[in-house]
Design a protein around this ligand. Structure first.
Ligand SMILES: [Zn+2]
Length: 205
């Protein structure tokens, strides 16, 4: 089970950091769900709610990944969960809070840029997890990484905006472009160390 595996990996890593790792709860839903972050419709996709520390996975999103975004496969799904667990890690490390309060003092465009940094870091953390888990327990099978990379590319803001309305407005990006999402996932994977995922100190993402 993916979540169990992300737990083993993050427990070990937090121990090195001397921070206690508290596990998130995984909530699978289709249709609608209510969380401490409000009421969610399936259309919004998977999300993490810092207030209740739960990862909400919208099962219909997996169908969309396969049928509409050309990103099938079990590891595409694993990447989605690992990304949300990445947000949980950011929450435990206090990164999400800092971003949240900084955003209140910014314009919307600046806030969006900060959101992109947070999201790309979560992508990097999921790559970081994948390589650590593979080193420890050989979880990766042939084709897995391609599935994850395809999923990361499929849900870049530019691609989603183009699909939805035919044009792209980079100022409104909140998650990063397809190219950025693939690159940061890959970076986590290749570097395999937390410091490599510092998207906040980078001038260019
Ligand atoms: Zn995210």
């Amino acid at each position: 089970m993916v979540l169990a595996d992300t737990e083993d990996t993050w427990h070990a890593l937090f121990k090195q950091l001397d921070v206690r790792y508290q596990e998130p709860t995984l909530v699978l839903f289709s249709g609608t769900v209510s969380s401490a972050c409000g009421f969610a419709k399936a259309a919004m996709g998977p999300f993490y709610c810092p207030a209740d520390r739960k990862v909400y996975i919208d099962l219909s999103f997996y169908d969309d990944l396969r049928s509409q975004h050309g990103a099938p496969g079990d590891f595409a799904q694993v990447y989605v969960i690992a990304h949300e667990v990445g947000h949980h890690v950011q929450n435990l490390l206090g990164i999400s809070d800092r971003v949240q309060s900084a955003r209140q003092r910014m314009s919307e465009a600046q806030g969006n840029q900060l959101s992109v940094r947070l999201e790309l870091q979560a992508d990097c953390l999921s790559g970081d997890w994948a390589i650590r888990a593979d080193r420890a327990r050989s979880i990766l099978e042939v084709g897995d990484l391609e599935e994850a990379l395809r999923a990361a590319a499929a849900i870049g803001d530019d691609r989603l905006q183009k699909q939805a309305r035919g044009y792209v407005t980079p100022d409104s990006f909140t998650h990063g472009s397809s190219e950025q999402r693939v690159r940061w996932f890959r970076r986590g994977l290749e570097m395999g160390k937390l410091a490599a995922c510092d998207t906040f100190s980078k001038e260019r993402l």
